[in-house]
Design a protein around this ligand. Structure first.
Ligand code: ATP
Length: 294
């Protein structure tokens, strides 16, 4: 019951953190978030291996500025589609629309051909696991922090997601293992460790659609490798949408969408986009150069 509202607050927090100068702005922002209501005849989403599709989606956050300008793509069942592009291009907005935090101005978002605005929000969200950029850890044991993804999960299920999220070696080194207290008053986790806890949480939820919003914070190469393996394993068997900042995360994606100013400017696999020598190829070359220099 509290998982989704807290996740949502996480989004709001992240959005205001950078720019909040005073409390008035906080209330302005909260007022701008429209309350989405279920249709009177809303149906329950029932799907086990869903296809997600965006059809000519246009969106703006209320003001005049258009954020998404005709986005169309689909993530076939069990496949992985990645979204890359400069900061502010509209990547996270795509994710928020799929989760139905906002409604498109026009166009349609469907799961297995069912428009998501005809579904109950509870059933829609129960099928989507989110790994957010910023993960909130509570002052509780690591076990409880992971169990938060599904309070009914048993210890075996927790062990399983720990393996998939590549957290085993990290937990083994902790004096109290899974019972170690984390959060503000406990052990502080690195950005990479936190994101793997988020992956474990999202997997525990057992949703068939996974959204990964990769953290922008820089990682050392060991952390990056661990995240990479965790993302790969976690995406298996799920319909996955990955918002990537490090292109190394998504070289294996079935399709990569390059977004700029609310539009898809390039699309293809890693290999085809490199051959094209366009925006993706120059992003890739820049990141490779940065890696060599650091
Ligand atoms: P980044 O890589 O920095 O996370 P992004 O590509 O995910 O960026 P979005 O977060 O989708 O970009 O934002 C797209 C545009 O929409 C930005 O200009 C941003 O300032 C604006 N925006 C995002 N959220 C809101 C909001 N709640 N209200 C008004 N404008 C917003």
């Amino acid at each position: 019951q509290i998982f989704m509202p807290l996740n949502f607050l996480g989004f709001v927090y992240r959005e205001i953190r950078g720019s909040l100068a005073n409390i008035d702005k906080l209330f302005n922002l909260l007022e701008q978030v429209p309350a989405i209501k279920d249709a009177a005849d809303a149906k329950t989403l029932q799907t086990s291996n869903p296809t997600v599709s965006f059809n000519d989606v246009h969106f703006s956050y209320g003001e005049k500025r258009k954020i998404l300008k005709g986005i169309s793509f689909s993530v076939p069942a069990g496949k992985k589609v990645a979204v890359v592009g400069p900061s502010g291009a509209g990547k996270s907005t795509i994710m928020k629309l799929l989760f139905r935090f906002y409604e498109p101005n026009s166009g349609e978002i469907c799961i297995d051909g069912q428009p998501i605005n005809t579904l109950t929000q509870d059933s829609l969200r129960s099928h989507i696991g989110i790994v957010p950029q910023d993960t909130v850890l509570f002052n509780a044991s690591l076990r409880e922090n992971i169990r938060y993804g599904n309070p009914d999960a048993c210890d075996e299920e927790i062990e399983q997601v720990i393996k998939l999220a590549h957290l085993e070696a990290f937990i083994e080194k902790l004096p109290e293992g899974l019972n170690t207290t984390v959060g503000e008053r406990g052990l502080k986790l690195s950005g990479g460790e936190k994101q793997r806890v988020a992956i474990a949480r999202a997997l525990l939820k057992g949703a068939s659609i996974m959204i990964f919003d990769e953290a922008t914070s820089s990682l050392d190469s060991a952390s990056e490798k661990a995240i990479l393996s965790a993302l790969r394993d976690a995406a298996k068997g799920h319909t996955s949408l990955v918002i990537a900042h490090r292109l190394s995360t998504i070289v294996d994606a079935d399709e990569i969408l390059v977004i700029d100013d609310g539009q898809i400017v390039e699309r293809g696999t890693h290999e085809t986009l490199l051959v094209k020598q366009g925006e993706y190829a120059s992003l890739w070359q820049n990141q490779q150069r940065d890696k060599l220099e650091n």
